[in-house]
Design a protein around this ligand. Structure first.
Ligand SMILES: Nc1ncnc2c1ncn2[C@@H]1O[C@H](COP(=O)(O)OP(=O)(O)OP(=O)(O)O)[C@@H](O)[C@H]1O
Ligand SMILES: [Mg+2]
Length: 412
């Protein structure tokens, strides 16, 4: 039928299954033979060899730019497209965060010929997303921006041969890029695996720039999809469920990485560590899980959307993904033994330096942010010290108990 197109869902070089796309809705209207079940996107249920079409559709549509993306209405108008899903097949579903794509059914095109990791790509879509119009008369829609997630304005750009994600800020304070860089500096000082972000100021607007942490051999799988691999019983917490799913899949080091993530999110008062803002990395060919992804997307923090007078207040702060308050979430940390908070001495001055000259963060806001950040470090120091004291006391009690038991058994 003319309004349906046939493709093979590919995982790098491996045909996974044939699919049919409905041109009007951009949805997967039928799924043909499955060629390689082990390469079906993680978290998509397969029953008796049949892929759950609704789940695969959620995954496919989830590859598109979200409808909530800042400035998307104007961008779609300029692109003359009704929805962001219409961009998906224009780049064959290729991304810079994983290795899935779709191949027209009678084509023999190879991943090595088209992937964005090794080939340059058009910046037309990215420029339109940034409200800058397209440079070329003949617009090219072959862009990894078509498959980028998240609500902040962003675009991929090749800088000095490296694939970099440039991300803007929001609202009157445009604070997210500064936060992103500050979070990197905190994690650097604490030796926490992270994606390093640097600041870029263009036309007085701040942007964060980070390199792609995915390579042609690897891919990111968000915690959301990992959590779909098992049914969560009602009496199991989201935190425990994630650990259980990771353990069942043989993903190493997750408890330690979550400890680090919750510490960082406490320090920066992150409000949006949702299940697509952390995850794991696997080898896209062998499917071997390498471990937790380095921490990325920490910009929705430090009262980024609050007025200066509210900075430092805990009242309207939300918290994700495991508890709805930071005070409760930090209790899930299993060990602070690795944490040297002395390494954060003077971090607030680094923040002051970072926002110096910003048209968006005036002196009063900068002062409030520095004070609040120091307050978070002090509060965490108290929590860690209290826990150490509790452990020391209980260790003492254990020693006493052991002595008692020992002397008891001696008597016997
Ligand atoms: N350095 C990177 N390398 C590879 N993929 C990345 C990188 N940074 C982000 N991504 C991918 O792009 C997506 C969007 O990026 P990011 O989460 O930073 O944007 P955001 O607009 O801040 O998101 P949110 O809507 O959660 O606020 C991420 O969920 C991840 O899949
Ligand atoms: Mg995000």
């Amino acid at each position: 039928m003319a309004d349906k197109k046939q493709y093979t869902l590919m995982h790098k070089n491996i045909p996974v299954a044939d699919i049919e796309l409905d041109e009007a809705t951009c949805a997967i209207s039928a799924i043909g033979p499955v060629y390689e079940a082990s390469h079906i996107p993680v978290g998509t249920p397969v029953k008796k060899g049949v892929i759950d079409r609704a789940a695969l559709n959620d995954w496919w549509k989830g590859r598109a730019i979200p409808a909530s993306r800042s400035g998307i209405k104007n961008a779609l108008l300029e692109l003359n497209l009704a929805t962001t899903q219409k961009l998906l097949d224009k780049c064959l579903g290729l991304s810079l965060s994983d290795q899935y794509w779709i191949r027209p059914i009678h084509s023999d095109i190879q991943w090595s010929e088209i992937n964005f990791f090794e080939h340059s790509f058009s910046e037309d879509v990215g420029n339109i997303l940034f409200g800058r119009g397209s440079s070329s008369a003949q617009m090219s829609l072959m862009s990894p921006d078509n498959t980028s997630d998240g609500w902040l304005k962003k675009k991929w750009k090749i800088i000095d041969g490296k694939r970099c994600l440039i991300k803007g800020g929001s609202g009157a304070t445009q604070q997210e890029p500064y936060n992103e860089v500050l979070a990197s500096r905190i994690m650097e000082r604490l030796s926490i695996p992270h994606v390093p972000y640097r600041l870029l100021v263009e036309d007085d607007y701040p942007y964060s720039v980070c390199e792609d942490f995915i390579t042609p051999q690897t891919e990111l799988i968000s915690a959301w999809y990992i959590m779909q691999t098992m049914k969560k019983p009602n009496n199991v917490s989201v935190y425990q469920h994630y650990l259980n799913c990771c353990e069942a899949a043989g993903i190493p080091g997750i408890r330690d990485s979550l400890d680090r993530m919750m510490v960082v999110d406490y320090l920066i008062a992150n409000e949006d560590r949702h299940q697509n803002n952390f995850g794991v990395v696997r080898n896209a060919e062998t499917l071997e899980y390498l471990g937790a992804a380095p921490l990325f997307d920490s910009g929705t923090s430090l009262w980024f959307d609050k007025p200066t007078a509210m900075i430092g207040s805990k009242e309207k702060l939300s918290c994700k993904p495991f508890k709805n308050s930071h005070k409760e979430q930090i209790k899930l940390v299993t060990s602070f033994d690795w944490l040297d908070l002395n390494a954060l001495q003077g971090i607030e001055e680094e923040l002051r330096e970072l926002v110096r000259g910003s048209l968006f963060i005036d002196e009063a806001r900068c002062d409030a942010l520095c004070r609040a950040l120091k307050g978070r470090v002090d509060a965490l120091t108290d929590i860690v010290n209290t826990q150490r004291t509790v452990y020391a006391v209980s260790d003492c009690r254990d020693d006493v108990k052991e002595d008692v038991t020992y002397s008891g058994s001696e008597k016997d």
